[in-house]
Design a protein around this ligand. Structure first.
Ligand code: FAD
Length: 571
């Protein structure tokens, strides 16, 4: 297993890539060192596959598990976090705290800046070692460098392990000549040389905690007690379908893994965006904050595949989905300004419209297209929507209908999605808006027909837009077409109780298509950067890489994304 280890002393800092085998040997030797360690939880909020936590436990007499809540840092780097996310995060922290307390430790929730905290607390707690996961986001790297400097000055060793991704992202980039492979196929080619991802490390158990303790005065220090929604001034009354925490994440994984037929036959394009429970795994919130390890899940899938007669393959399989995640992590780590358009070398520079009112209506589920509004309403309430539902609303906001920048959509998703993820969110928004990675720009999702295919009765719409619940199936996707009598009988008059469609989809989508065609011709060089090659223009896609070779009609009205759908609600 690859791990990045950074050893720091007062005089020098050494970065070296080492294998876990080596590390574990070293860990064995270091036991005598009896460090006082701060283990800094950022993501990686878990006991399973957490090599830096294991390292802390194996080499220390005192371990201080710390989570730093730095609202100014979030503000400085414009990191958004909505009410549902705060609630999910606090549940994750509570779960972690509970697990730690079983073994005589606790979680120290620090309020304020990481730099200030470490500067003071290294001395107060007599710390000799700091352990944490490797993070790849630019703001994490920036902060980690500052903290490393503080540690160096204080004579504190810093030990990092890669655990949030399947592979060591930096090594992939290095192996690929210092650049990120920018198509899924090129990425797979590189991975072939790497082999399977490293195994997950073992679960931290009572045995690992046996020699670690906390001085009683620190154990009971109320200053670092759990944060609450009240303290943050956040109200969240939405019902929740996702309970945060490793305990719940592992429970969900086990439940899915029992359904081996579903696991082996999983093909992303055949899952339904209109299902009332996730028709995919619904594990993304857990992966996103690191309650669940992607390596752990990947290898558990491998075990099932090994016993099966046959199984689906990337890009459509479940392992293929994890590779999509990895793909975007690699691209984000190496591409300057990955989360914005300006200064982003792989992103088409598109003169998007600025229209605050249109953006507001999209965000608040007031577009007048029930399929789009039901999805946005699900997002507001529950913080999770199906991948193809994300396709529908993202396409609608950008190249499909409203021609509003993907950055605006990305911001809304960042705030509302429980699984909001710096690299994956930006990568997918560029994809859906046709700005990078995706080149079948003539495929525009129809806000009426898309949902109808898997849910002709409109059950999904009725659930998330109760105002339309009594419309007959014939009009549920287009209530404005219903005769007044039908609207009256349904108790909903369009224009009064529910808006008229905010645009004429047939007209705007055709105009947008023409605009996109021109822009792509003008910026051909940029499109080539993330283009797979001729044959791939019709084969690779984040909707699971539907490789059916179909002739695509050019007119957006003829779009059809999903042909056959298997609905499997696995939770
Ligand atoms: P499954 O299909 O069960 O897949 C398992 C895991 O694979 C997911 O949990 C996720 O970690 C990963 N995965 C699946 N699809 C993708 C993909 N297309 N790209 C990268 N990783 C993938 N996903 C996020 O985790 N965070 C985001 O912020 C995010 N923003 C998105 C924005 C847009 C516009 C779109 C179109 C997609 C976005 N996705 C994002 C990707 C994808 O929609 C979700 O990961 C997926 O729907 C989560 O559901 P699941 O866990 O049931 O996925």
């Amino acid at each position: 297993m690859e791990a990045l280890s950074v050893f720091t002393s007062k005089s020098s800092t050494h970065f070296c890539l080492i294998s876990t085998e080596m590390t574990n040997k070293e860990v064995g030797m270091e036991v005598q060192e009896q460090h006082n360690t701060i283990h800094w939880f950022r993501k990686g909020l878990r006991f399973h596959d957490n090599p830096s936590l294991l390292h802390a436990l194996r080499t220390s007499r005192h371990v201080y598990p710390v989570y730093i809540l730095d609202l100014d840092f979030m503000k400085d780097f414009k990191i958004r976090c909505g009410a549902n996310q705060w609630r999910f995060m606090i549940q994750c922290l509570e779960d972690l705290d509970e697990r730690l307390r079983k073994y005589g430790l606790r979680l120290f929730v620090v309020r304020g800046s990481a730099e200030t905290f470490f500067r003071e607390q290294f001395r107060r707690w007599n710390i000799t070692q700091l352990t944490h996961d490797v993070e790849t986001e630019h703001y994490h790297r920036f902060r980690d460098a500052a903290v490393r400097k503080i540690a160096t000055d204080a004579g504190v060793e810093v030990v990092n392990y890669v655990a949030h991704t399947l592979y060591n992202i930096d090594k992939i980039i290095e192996y690929n000549g210092g650049t990120a492979p920018l198509t899924y196929r090129k990425f797979q080619k590189v991975l072939r040389d790497f082999g399977a991802p490293p195994q997950a490390s073992e679960m931290a158990t009572a045995e690992h905690f046996a020699n670690c303790s906390l001085p009683p005065e620190d154990l009971h220090d109320e200053k670092y007690d759990m944060v609450t929604l009240e303290e943050l001034g956040v109200k969240c009354e939405n019902p929740f379908k996702f309970v945060g925490g490793e305990t719940e994440g592992l429970r969900r994984v086990e439940k899915h893994l029992q359904n081996q037929g579903w696991i082996t036959q999983f093909e992303k394009p055949k899952t339904a965006p209109t299902s009332l429970l996730p028709s995919t795994t619904g594990l993304s919130p857990y992966f996103s904050v690191g309650c669940l390890s992607v390596r752990y899940f990947y290898h558990r899938l491998n075990n099932i595949y090994a016993k099966a007669k046959d199984h689906s393959l990337p890009p459509v399989s479940l392992q293929g989905q994890l590779l999509w995640r990895e793909f975007f992590y690699v691209a984000a780590a190496q591409t300057p300004n990955f989360v914005v358009m300006a200064g982003n070398p792989i992103c088409l520079q598109i003169p998007w419209y600025e229209n605050k009112e249109h953006l507001r209506r999209w965000r608040h589920a007031e577009t007048g297209f029930p399929w789009i509004d039901a999805i946005m309403s699900q997002l507001q309430q529950e913080g999770w929507i199906h991948h193809l539902a994300r396709h529908a609303v993202a396409c609608f906001l950008t190249r499909g209908d409203l021609w509003i920048s993907w950055e605006e959509g990305q911001k809304v998703f960042e705030e509302l999605l429980l699984d909001a993820d710096y690299s994956v969110n930006a990568g997918n928004w560029m994809w859906l808006s046709g700005s990078a990675f995706y080149h079948q720009y003539t495929r525009i999702f129809c806000p009426v027909r898309f949902g109808k295919r898997t849910d002709p009765n409109g059950t999904f719409i009725r659930a998330y837009l109760p105002v339309l619940k009594d419309f007959p199936a014939q009009y549920i996707y287009e209530p404005w077409k219903a005769p007044l009598k039908v609207q009256e009988a349904a108790g909903c008059i369009v224009g009064r109780d529910y808006p008229f469609p905010m645009v004429d989809h047939e007209i705007v989508s055709q105009q947008n298509l023409e605009l996109m065609r021109e822009i792509r011709e003008q910026q051909r060089q940029i499109t080539l950067l993330t283009l797979e090659g001729r044959e791939d223009e019709s084969s690779t896609s984040t909707d699971g890489g539907d490789s059916r070779k179909r002739k695509r009609p050019v007119h957006p009205a003829n779009d059809d994304e999903i042909i056959k759908v298997v609905v499997t609600t696995a939770l």
